[in-house]
Design a protein around this ligand. Sequence first.
Ligand code: NAI
Ligand code: MG
Length: 345
Amino acid sequence: MTDVHSGPIPATLIPGDGIGPEIMAATTDVLAALGAPFVWDIQQAGMAGIEAGGDPLPEAALASIRRTKLALKGPLTTPVGGGFRSVNVRLREAFGLYANVRPVRTIVPGGRYENIDIVLVRENLEGLYVAFEHYIPIGEDAHAVAISSGVNTRAGSRRIAEYAFDYAARNQRKKVTIVHKANVLKALTGIFLETAQQVAKEYEGRVASDERIVDACAMQLVLNPWQFDVIVTTNLFGDILSDELAGLVGGLGFAPGANIGTDAAIFEAVHGSAPDIAGKGIANPVAVMLAAGMMLEHVGRLDLAQRLRAGIDAAINIDGARTRDMGGQAGTSEFAQAVKRRVAP
Ligand code: NAI
Ligand code: MG
């Protein structure tokens, strides 16, 4: 968290692709009603960036984030296979966004699980996502063999483990669970486990710790999610488990994320551009609104973050405003109106 600001704070806004523009408009609307201090510099990226100037990550967007060091980002579509590297991965690399913090909390009661409150801290720069990938041709088949190398470093593992344990200590959390697959990927995830265990020792007495192998963890999250508090894990496992966590609280519409780095912080929903419902005005904007709440906390405005979360909660649980994924009928902007009425000072 940076120092407490009271004046206006310049920040980059990337509306994104698919449902992005709809849920981002809903969110900035609510932030304005809340009196949030952000002064937006709107930039295009993703498919919108390609359409505007042939580049999914235009230099203007990068320059803006270099200047503001703070961004709220909509989901960006990455075409599968061929040509483009994921813009999200490139952004994480460009700004050293090493920690991906993904909290899930039950907001709508009556789902499969009640009272879920888990924070996943995902390593965001290493592992299999460095994508050192290539094919080996055999005979006529140019793609007969596919090879991918993962990279985990001791320094990178230490940095993310320290972030997770420090996060737990700062946020009155009791336990960090280290999730790995060191029984099979002995080098790649062994170095992560070993380093995280060393960090755990340094926090002994302040933050408890335990370990899970990723597949067992995935099952236990379904059977008894309440045993988990903070989870720290490598890049790919973190990607998979964070969608599973979203499922515990009613789906991707409720899962926000913060990409925290040495040079900047970028806030976004865990979900993608949802092309199946884009343009229909029915997407759930809560995940991005909660990401904006994390952004408010990041700049020291805990008061506004708290009021935003309470407003979302009241709109859903008292006023009955619910989008379709919550079992209701409200459209994205109708839902935003309900939250706006609740957060206005
Ligand atoms: P997705 O997260 O976009 O959608 C998965 C399912 O969840 C869909 O049925 C969708 O309708 C639903 N969903 C997602 N967000 C929702 C919301 N706010 N309200 C209601 N329903 C919602 O994942 P998918 O389809 O695998 O990916 C689509 C595109 O998004 C791909 O190009 C992918 O690369 C990109 N993506 C981008 C991310 C980012 O920018 N951070 C993260 C994940 C995917
Ligand atoms: Mg994902």
